[in-house]
Design a protein. Structure first.
Length: 400
């Protein structure tokens, strides 16, 4: 049971949205440093959901919603993937009636409910003075809302898509790229054995970083990304050229899950949306594979080319973090504690042009971070565009 009264106040940590490798190292870094500085640290379970589902009663069993973090606990899990605090895609300001906690249903009985009042009361009940949410632009957009209401927020960007505005790097991105390259190269053996097209669907709802950077690193011949609606005949022609020039007679394309054909919109599994208004993506890799197979005779002397179609999905977000996603979360966690010690609130830690920094949290909701097509994408060749790497940042693609 958490000791709820503390003169200095406590630091709260939560993780929201999709899990990625690197979350536990960030939690570890924050906790160990905070305890050494004399703070208590409370881990909020299941993201923002923990702050609406708990009960403000000293006799209630709230261990499913929050827990006091210790150095022993976080040191053990800090080398692992996922988030031991668990996560959710809850947005407290837009909670459907079926997700309202039972003990609050008399008060909140609309089809969609704003439970922000409960979040504020629960933060006060837990004596949390500083709150550190770790998440993507959805999770952090609600953090902006709380900051505007006076909550002391210090944010850490996380998402495999690397699409949080204001930073060149989000926790989880490096491991995603590393796994994408590794798994794509592994699948080459089958593609080459059967002389086929290899189409691999990767993460990237609105931004194509997880397709573009692996392709730049040699994982694929071509890539299609959400920022540019592509012509599938052109893709088939290019892949056919690549296949002919390859002694093993195969070629590879990475397809972002948010990519779309010319004249069409994204492909969704269903029309149902989450609390942030997003529909679940699914199917672009299947569509591309099917159309390449049908179009291939036109570019292969009348003979059809079969396709190996693979969706990497959760394979790139499970398991342990790579080196970068062990180092950057450590630095981000310590940066967040520096800001706590300096009493600088409403900030998000970041990496910009190879240097650690922090920026106003409101930047998260000020614009959408997307790939600059003119700088980084060859529309005619459907592949990365680059001329030289002089004075480019470590991972080449910048936030602005």
């Amino acid at each position: 049971m958490v000791n709820l009264k503390n003169k200095k106040g406590a630091i709260g940590i939560l993780t929201g949205g999709g899990d990625v490798p690197g979350l536990n190292p960030a939690i570890r870094a924050i906790t160990i440093r905070a305890i050494k500085e004399g703070y208590r640290v409370i881990g909020i379970r299941r993201g923002w959901a923990g702050l609406i589902e708990m009960t403000r009663d000293p006799q209630a069993d709230n261990q499913e919603y929050y827990t006091e973090l210790t150095e022993e606990l976080v040191d053990r899990v800090g080398r692992t993937g996922g988030t031991f605090l668990h996560t959710s895609r809850t947005r407290p300001s837009s909670v459907p009636d079926v997700n309202v906690p039972v003990h609050l249903r008399d008060k909140y009985n609309q089809k969609v409910n704003d439970l922000t009042e409960e979040v504020l009361k629960n933060l006060d009940y837990l004596d949390i003075e500083y709150l550190i949410p770790i998440g993507g632009d959805d999770t952090l957009s609600y953090a902006v809302h709380l900051h505007q209401l006076g909550v002391k927020i210090l944010a850490i960007p996380k998402t495999m898509d690397n699409d949080v505005p204001g930073t060149d790097y989000c926790i989880g991105y490096s491991t995603c790229v590393t796994r994408t390259i590794s798994l794509t190269h592994a699948l080459r053996t089958t593609a080459g054995s059967h002389e086929r097209f290899l189409v691999i669907e990767v993460f990237g709802r609105y931004a194509g970083y997880t397709a573009l950077l692996p392709t730049m690193a040699g994982a694929a011949d071509r890539c299609v990304i959400p920022e540019y609606k592509f012509n599938v005949e052109k893709l088939c022609e290019l892949l056919s050229e690549d296949r002919r020039s390859n002694p093993s007679h195969y070629s590879v394309a990475l397809v972002s899950e948010g990519a779309a054909f010319e004249g069409e919109d994204m492909i969704f599994e269903s029309q149902e949306t989450d609390m942030y208004g997003h529909k679940k993506l699914g199917g672009i890799g299947d569509r591309v594979s099917s159309m390449l197979r049908e179009l291939s005779p036109k570019y292969n002397n009348g003979r059809r080319i079969n396709v190996i179609n693979q969706k990497l999905g959760y394979l790139v977000r499970c398991g342990d973090p790579d080196a970068i996603d062990s180092i950057v979360p450590m630095a981000y966690g310590n940066l967040a504690l520096d800001l706590v010690m300096e009493n600088k609130m409403g900030r998000m830690v970041c990496l910009r042009n190879g240097e650690y920094d922090h920026i106003p949290l409101e930047i998260v909701t000020s614009y959408k971070k997307r790939i600059d097509l003119d700088k980084y994408y060859d529309r005619e060749r459907l592949r990365p565009l680059y001329k030289n790497f002089y004075q480019k940042p470590f991972l080449i693609l910048t936030a602005d």
